[in-house]
Design a protein around this ligand. Structure first.
Ligand code: 1HE
Length: 262
């Protein structure tokens, strides 16, 4: 499959069978997220072909991302700043509620908007070089890429406040402990782990992936009664789909893999 979409040099896209590899490719600026790069992500996530079942998002060079490109912040007035933040919301929501699950592979600096971007993904793999910071306090700014909604859910509002107020950073081990990452791997092994996870995800029934990425977060936001009802509906939609029926029959006839703990 060829990637015919026009992208800026700071975003590269390759397809490997059912997996799309999306790379932040601005290492000379530590993958700082300027408008062009974020718009490049928008192009990627609005044009994923139906054949793509999972995405791996990673960064070129020594860092995942140094966050918002601070040089562009100095030229915006208030109305433009609001519009800029809202554009990040729109684009990061395309990632969170897009066509398929997204695995972020984190290494080096994962700072400010870089964590906000990672938090919009569904699974995070961290290499041991990763570290996390929210230096907004020292820069005199505030998160604007959905961080105040997503980050408290990931690792707690009190920890987020500490990072923003005091400049505290977390290393990869502590990030894993507090819930930033789902997987912690050795330096240089993140992309391979991300690929392996994406392949597993791509093998799931598409409706289950949809339920997990689109329905589960809405249930979490709903009241309990609406949540229970929505759960019943989506459970019935998934289990009566022919894909599920085939898979259930395969298990019952001894043709499907067992759950193995490794
Ligand atoms: C940048 C940026 C950036 C690097 N915007 N240009 N983010 C921050 O406050 C993090 C700022 N960056 C850093 O603290 C460091 O650059 C790093 C720890 C990430 C890496 O350090 P290092 O020594 O490897 O690189 P460097 O020499 O600092 O940076 C290399 C170049 O990238 C340099 O430009 P050059 O032209 O002098 O070579 C830097 O200026 C440039 N660069 N980071 C612009 N962030 C939606 S709201 C989100 C709010 C936020 O994200 S706040 C967090 C902002």
């Amino acid at each position: 499959m060829s990637t015919s979409v026009a992208l800026p040099p700071s975003v590269t896209l390759t397809y490997e069978d059912e997996i799309a590899l999306v790379r932040l490719s601005r290492p000379e600026k530590r993958n700082a997220l300027n408008d062009t790069t974020v718009q490049g992500l928008e192009t990627v996530f609005t044009s994923l072909p139906d054949e793509i079942k999972a995405v791996v998002l990673h960064g070129e060079g020594d860092h995942f991302s140094a966050g918002l490109d601070l040089s562009e912040l100095t030229i915006r007035d208030m109305a433009q700043s609001i519009a800029h933040s809202r554009s990040w919301h729109r684009i990061f929501q395309l990632i969170e509620f897009g066509k398929c699950p997204v695995v972020a592979v984190l290494h080096g600096a994962v700072i400010g908007g870089g964590i906000e971007l990672a938090a919009a993904c569904h699974i995070r793999v961290a290499e041991k070089s990763a570290y996390y910071g929210l230096p907004e306090g020292m820069r005199g700014i505030f998160v604007g890429g959905g961080g105040s909604v997503r980050l408290p859910r990931l690792f707690g509002a009190h920890r987020m406040a500490d990072m923003m107020l005091t400049g505290r950073t977390y290393d990869a081990e502590d990030g894993q402990r507090i819930g930033v990452s789902n997987y912690l791997v050795e330096k240089g092994e993140g992309l391979e782990k991300g690929r392996a996870l994406a392949k597993r995800i791509a093998n799931n029934a598409p409706l289950t992936n949809f339920a997990v990425t689109h329905v589960l977060p809405r249930i979490v936001d709903a009241g309990n009664e609406a949540g229970y009802l929505t759960e019943s509906l989506i459970a019935a939609i998934c289990s009566t789909d022919p894909t599920a029926q085939d898979r259930l029959r395969a298990f019952l006839e001894g043709r499907a893999a067992k759950v193995v703990h490794s």
